[in-house]
Structures are given as structure tokens and as C-alpha cells.
Design a protein around this ligand. Structure first.
Ligand code: NOJ
Length: 470
């Protein structure tokens, strides 16, 4: 069995996890210091969002050198040391890999303009950037395409030189001992060579993000992207984990597992982030996903990341406990977002980016504990902290308990309104009360764990989830 089937992944946003030098910005040495915390939490792998040299217009997703470390975060030697220390703590280390675009300040942009997507003249079509505005930036009498910011020109993956240069990046980090890659913006890699207009979205309503006004038919998820997925997987191999960032309908998403398992090991399943917090809706989601998985594909679930509002803000502190139990008892590899294990909430701040609120410093103790200086973003409510958390012990218990049944199958169970219930194999049942009122248990059994951590097992209390041995 590969480690990631029974294991769990913890996303660290390096800028906000732990500062070691007092400049208010998290760094690699800080992360190394906190590895024992992650080991005690019970996760198996740490995924770092980009730590490469970058002007930080998109906080590291705009890279100027794929094979080095930004001085804000440390040095290559610090990264080597972190990989070693992670392994010493029994943890795997996963890096972010950003193949779709570079920074406009990457030397490639001037030295190899043919590695990017240029068009003679002004914008040739109606394509819109994910963050809004036209996806073409005019420079003199030519324009280049950028799926995200104008400072993030897209690479031309139809150019073999681009593929070779970007595969060399994977080999570079593999040789340094990393255990896997989270591939950014996988579905964006190819665009329609005929540059056809994207069709209007009939479901668009004013107030929705501008990007949603069109269906990104000719800019995302082209069939040929699957050839690149397979090629990339061949470079990454079988000893390292390949995760693909893909926001797509379930039936499109599962294509990224590739044919005969020659695709991503785990195309990130983000659907819990957008499904309404109701037993019926979540139950239907899980069944649809389970049914869509190709033969041999291993499922996965994500409850939070650096692009989305935090779960505790979305569902409230009481249901955040139920959400933890859901994430850690479903079949498949879970990904946790730093701070969610202590119930951190979105902080009302927008200093640099519209997603700042979910990226604030980790709250280690009642005084913060992230930095000795001024944190780059403010802390949230410091009553929520890792030293004094009633949620953290629940995460720890769940992360241990799930190892008992991680390989077991998923079977939905009938339950009262507002209760999501399922069995894992023959011996474990999970019942989650998504309402604020008591509900009957769907099945009898011996209590293995309650989200309330104090007794329970005779019925479901308000906002309670239980794992039962049946
Ligand atoms: C997805 C990343 O998660 C997000 O933070 C980033 O802005 C875009 N890709 C562009 O790289």
C-alpha cells in the first residue's frame, strides 16, 4: 500500500505558518521548528504552497526561478534541511509545481518569448482572466495571454522546449528528495489553437465574478490536456505523489486520474467546498463521486485551502467539529488546511489580495506565537489558538482512528432528516448530525468517538457526530 492511501495531507501556507527571524513573514526554518506539532497531530504529509523566488504578486504563484527558494523564505540549504527534518519526523514533503504560467519577470519571458502565447495585434477574442478583466495584455503591437494576473503570462505547452524545461524542474526537485507535487492549474494548460471565443454562460447573474460570465470551453479542460497529465505522471513516476489542482464537475474531474492510472494519483476533489452544508446534499455528492471514480482510482477530499473561505467561518464552530469528522471518515485521502484543526476563522482583512482573510498567521498561542515581529497580516481572534483548543484533540483522535478503517469501502446508511450516515466496511458506522437539534442514531453500536469528546452514543446531540463500532 502506498503511504498516501491511508495517509493525510496538511497544507502549509509558508508565509503564515511560523516566522523564525522576526520579519513578520513565515519561513522554512519556522516550518522546520513546527514539524513536531504536525507529527503529533498525526498527519502524514506536508504540502507547501510555492516557496520559489517571486515578486509575490500572486504570493508565489508568479515564479521567477523554479529551482530556487525565495530569500524571504530561506535558502535552498534550508529547504534541503526541511526535507530531511520532515523525513526524520516521519513526514513526507510535497511541493507546489506551477506549470501553467511564470512571472513576467522570469528571465524566460524575455529570453524565450516563443515559450509564451503571443498574438499579433490586440486581443483576438473575448477570453477573460480568472481574476477578471481581459486575459490578453497588449505590449506594443502584440498581446500575450494570461489565465490569471497580467504579471503571470501563460507558457505555451504546445512548444516542446517548454515541456522539456518544465519537466526538468520536476526532476530537479525529485533529485532533492521531495515526495510529491501538487500541480497548479492543471486544467488550464492548453488553450484552443484557433482562439475561438468562449460562449456566454446562460446561468450568469450580475454580481457573480466576471470570469463566470463565459463558459471557459476553449481555455480550460481541453481533451489534449490529458496527454500532458500522462506525460507529467511519467516524469513524476510511481514513487512520488502527483496531485492535480482541478476545479471541475465530478465527471470531468475524474478524467484526471488518467487512463489505466497513468494520470494524477489524486486530482483534488474540491466539491465539499461548494456543496451546501446539508446532509442530503453531501450524501448525494459522496455517492456521485464514488460512482464516478474509475477502476483503481483512489478518492480524496479537501475541506479548505488558501483560495477559499475557511470551514469554521462557513459552517460555524459547532459544525466545524462535524466537518472534521466528515473529512476524516470519508473514504479517501483528506487534505487539511493549516489552522482549520484549531478552528481558525476568516479574518476581515484585505491588504494585498482578496483571499487574505483565509491566509492569516497561524495562531499558536494566546499571544499569537507566529512571529516576534509584526505579522504580515493580522491575527484573528486569539482565543482560538493551538495551545488551548478543544477542536485540536478531536482532529488528533480522528487522524488516529481513521487508520483502522481507511481502506474499507463506503456504504451510505438511511438516517433521520439532517443526519448523514454511512458505514466503512462491516464494522464502522459514522453518523453526523448536521442540525442544531437532537436526532436518533441510525444504528446501534459501541461509541468509538464523539465530536463532543465526552460520552454520547445513545442518540445524536445537536451538532454531534459519532463513530460507532457496529
Ligand atoms: C491556484 C492557486 O491555488 C491560487 O492561489 C493561484 O492564484 C492560482 N492557481 C494561479 O496560480
Amino acid at each position: 500500500m502506498t503511504w498516501w492511501r491511508s495517509g493525510s495531507i496538511y497544507e502549509v501556507y509558508p508565509r503564515s505558518f511560523q516566522d523564525s527571524d522576526g520579519d513578520g513573514i513565515g519561513d522554512l526554518r519556522g516550518i522546520a521548528r513546527r514539524l513536531p506539532y504536525l507529527r503529533d497531530l498525526g498527519v502524514d504529509a506536508v504540502w507547501l504552497t510555492p516557496i520559489y523566488p517571486s515578486p509575490q504578486r500572486d504570493f508565489g504563484y508568479d515564479i521567477t526561478d523554479h529551482c530556487d527558494v525565495d530569500p524571504q523564505y530561506g535558502t535552498l540549504a534550508d529547504l534541503d534541511a526541511l526535507i530531511e527534518a520532515a523525513h526524520g519526523n516521519g513526514l513526507k514533503l510535497i511541493l507546489d509545481y506551477v506549470p501553467n504560467h511564470t512571472s513576467d519577470l522570469h528571465p524566460w519571458f524575455t529570453e524565450h518569448p516563443d515559450w509564451y502565447l503571443w498574438h499579433e495585434g490586440g486581443p483576438p477574442n473575448n477570453w477573460i482572466a480568472v481574476f477578471g478583466g481581459p486575459a490578453w495584455e497588449q505590449v506594443g503591437d502584440r498581446s500575450y495571454y494570461h489565465a490569471y494576473l497580467p504579471e503571470q503570462p501563460d507558457l505555451d505547452w504546445r512548444n516542446p522546449a517548454v515541456r522539456e524545461a518544465m519537466y526538468a524542474v520536476l526532476r530537479f526537485w525529485s533529485a532533492r528528495g521531495v515526495d510529491g507535487f501538487r500541480v497548479d492549474a492543471m486544467r488550464q494548460l492548453l488553450k484552443d489553437p484557433r482562439l475561438r471565443d468562449n460562449p456566454p454562460n446562460p446561468d450568469y447573474e450580475p454580481g457573480m465574478p466576471e470570469y463566470d460570465s463565459l463558459i471557459p470551453l476553449h481555455t480550460t479542460d481541453l481533451d489534449e490536456v490529458q496527454d500532458i497529465v500522462a506525460e507529467m505522471r511519467a516524469v513524476i513516476g510511481d514513487d512520488r505523489l502527483m496531485i492535480a489542482e482541478v476545479y471541475a464537475e465530478i465527471e470531468r474531474l475524474v478524467r484526471y486520474y488518467g487512463v489505466d492510472g497513468r494520470g494524477a494519483h489524486l486530482p483534488f476533489n474540491f466539491h465539499l467546498l461548494s456543496t451546501s452544508w446539508e446532509a442530503e446534499a453531501i450524501g448525494a455528492l459522496v455517492e456521485r463521486y464514488e460512482a464516478a471514480l474509475p477502476e483503481g482510482a483512489w478518492p480524496n477530499w479537501v475541506l479548505g485551502n488558501h483560495d477559499r473561505p475557511r470551514i469554521a467561518s462557513r459552517v460555524g464552530p459547532a459544525q466545524a467539529r462535524v466537518a472534521a469528522m466528515l473529512l476524516l471518515t470519508l473514504r479517501g485521502t483528506p487534505t487539511l488546511y493549516y489552522g482549520d484543526e484549531i478552528g481558525m476563522t476568516d479574518v476581515p482583512v484585505q491588504r494585498y489580495d482578496f483571499r487574505d482573510g483565509a491566509r492569516t498567521p497561524m495562531q499558536w498561542d494566546a499571544r499569537g506565537g507566529f512571529t516576534s515581529g509584526e505579522p504580515w497580516l493580522p491575527y484573528g481572534d486569539l482565543e482560538i489558538n493551538a495551545e488551548d483548543s478543544s477542536l485540536l484533540p478531536l482532529y488528533k483522535r480522528l487522524l488516529r482512528l481513521r487508520r483502522e478503517f481507511s481502506e474499507e469501502g463506503y456504504r451510505p446508511m438511511h438516517a433521520a432528516d439532517g443526519v448523514l450516515a454511512y458505514a466503512r466496511g462491516d464494522r464502522i458506522a459514522v453518523a453526523l448530525n448536521l442540525t442544531g437539534e437532537p436526532r436518533p442514531l441510525p444504528v446501534e453500536g459501541e461509541l468509538a468517538l464523539s465530536t463532543h469528546l465526552d460520552g454520547g452514543g445513545r442518540g445524536l446531540r445537536a451538532d454531534e457526530g459519532v463513530v460507532l463500532r457496529i
